[in-house]
Ligand binder design. Structure first.
Ligand code: VGL
Ligand code: ZN
Length: 199
């Protein structure tokens, strides 16, 4: 993989305990993303290129939790309680090397909006600040991987395309929830159709 480190950033999406085996919203082999991300992150760090780690960071009783008893809107998915602020489940998976990371972006902390993408919350307009961060550094290309391929990785990739960035998905460094069945394949297809290069 030939990377232009002057204009590229790596985004490591939600590699947190709750998305790894044993966690509240475990993704099959979610822990396997870490080794591959670490290897790429160390190459970025050696070039002093930005490495961003995102962290799903929900308050207790967050609107995305099925435990609220709320009726989901059309097309909306509710989840088991996960990545609650300050809990071990919300911590980064210990196998993820945080030394190369230059920025941590927390998302999903507004009680009434969920946030899958690292760029915008699910209202599609509340920014996380990541776009401004990348722009101020002159970044035009992002490499991304992590959890989950069909949710947070997918929405991050699609927003990055919308923001006119070149997007490379590190598929070896990503795993999906695949709920509903087939959603990983659907996400991969949509990403490819939108201009994401799947590595
Ligand atoms: C995610 C569901 C709920 C993810 C986060 O990181 O893909 N999925 N919250
Ligand atoms: Zn979440």
């Amino acid at each position: 993989m030939d990377i232009d480190f002057k204009k590229s950033a790596l985004i490591e999406v939600d590699v947190q305990n709750d998305f790894c085996p044993g966690g509240a919203l475990a993704v099959a082999d979610g822990d396997k993303t870490a080794a591959s991300l670490n290897e790429t992150a160390r190459r970025f760090a050696a070039a002093c290129a930005p490495v961003i780690a995102t962290q799903d960071w929900h308050p207790r009783g967050h609107c995305s939790f099925a435990s609220t008893g709320r009726k989901p809107a059309e097309g909306e998915t509710l989840w088991p309680d996960h990545c609650v602020q300050g809990t071990t489940g919300a911590d980064f998976y210990p196998g993820l090397d945080m030394n190369p990371v230059t920025l941590i972006v927390r998302k999903g902390f507004r009680p009434h909006i969920d946030s899958y993408s690292a760029f915008f919350e699910n209202d599609r307009k509340t920014p996380t600040g990541l776009d401004g961060f990348l722009k101020s550094l002159g970044i035009d290309t992002v490499y991304l991987g992590g959890l989950a391929t069909d949710y947070c990785v997918f929405f991050t990739a699609m927003d990055a395309i919308r923001l006119k960035l070149k997007v490379y998905l590190l598929s070896e460094a990503s795993r999906g929830v695949n709920y509903p069945e087939g959603s990983v394949e659907k996400a991969l297809r949509e990403m490819k159709n939108s201009g994401v290069t799947v590595l």
